[in-house]
Design a protein around this ligand. Structure first.
Ligand code: SF4
Ligand code: SF4
Length: 201
């Protein structure tokens, strides 16, 4: 019988008397490092439904659908963490910087794949002239607050914020005519209709 090499013997003895490198999970809870990238989680107070995170998600774990037939029209953001690779792109590109984060939740195994899907709804703002999607109402309010006094140069933002405060700046009369007119100044308009109003008229 060949004697074990001295180097291997030394390693074996050292391992026996060294502290463990593995955890005792599931006998004991596993504590992950502070910056661990686990299950993504929305913060529904600070998420405005802009969809920037959807655009940068490489695996389509985040998706978005605008439902114009709903009453009122809504944007649905869906997160399915079974296809998430925990890259952190969504968190790093969130325009409010707090709308989505990666928690330290890592024990995500399940037999029910449907439980990995969550959907959140955000009311949409449509152009009051042509009906195109402008964005979510929360997004317009966020822009108003972000811009401060500069928001007063944009009637759409001003009107959106006023309505949130239940102040109607001017009664909006429905118009069958889709042509933009100067009387549309105090309406919430999409960029195309705003261009027609400010540049062409
Ligand atoms: S961590 Fe990466 S893969 Fe997961 S939802 Fe965010 S962007 Fe998508
Ligand atoms: S980028 Fe941020 S604010 Fe926009 S939808 Fe994603 S989580 Fe919400």
């Amino acid at each position: 019988m060949r004697l074990p090499k001295l180097r291997e013997l030394k390693e074996a003895v050292t391992a026996v008397f060294s502290p463990r490198f593995t955890t005792r999970f599931p006998a004991e809870p596993c504590v992950v490092p502070e910056r661990y990238r686990g299950k993504p989680e929305f913060d529904l107070d600070t998420c405005i439904g802009c969809g920037a995170c959807v655009n940068v998600c490489p695996t389509e774990a985040l998706t978005q659908v605008d439902d114009l037939d709903a009453s009122p029209p809504v944007r649905r953001l869906t997160l399915r963490y079974d296809t998430c690779i925990f890259c952190g792109n969504c968190r790093d590109n969130c325009i409010t910087e707090e709308g989505i984060g990666l928690s330290n939740e890592w024990d995500l195994a399940t037999m029910d794949r449907g439980s990995t899907i969550e959907t959140h709804e955000y009311e949409l703002q449509l152009c009051e002239k042509c009906g195109a999607v402008i964005g979510t109402k929360k997004h317009l309010i966020w822009l108003y607050e972000k811009l401060g006094p500069l928001a007063y140069t944009n009637p759409s933002l001003l009107i959106a914020k006023s309505r949130e405060l239940s102040i109607e700046l001017e009664a909006i009369q429905p118009q069958a005519d889709k042509t933009v007119q100067t009387s549309d100044f105090m309406r919430i308009l999409c960029p195309k209709c705003k261009y027609e109003l400010n540049i062409r008229l």
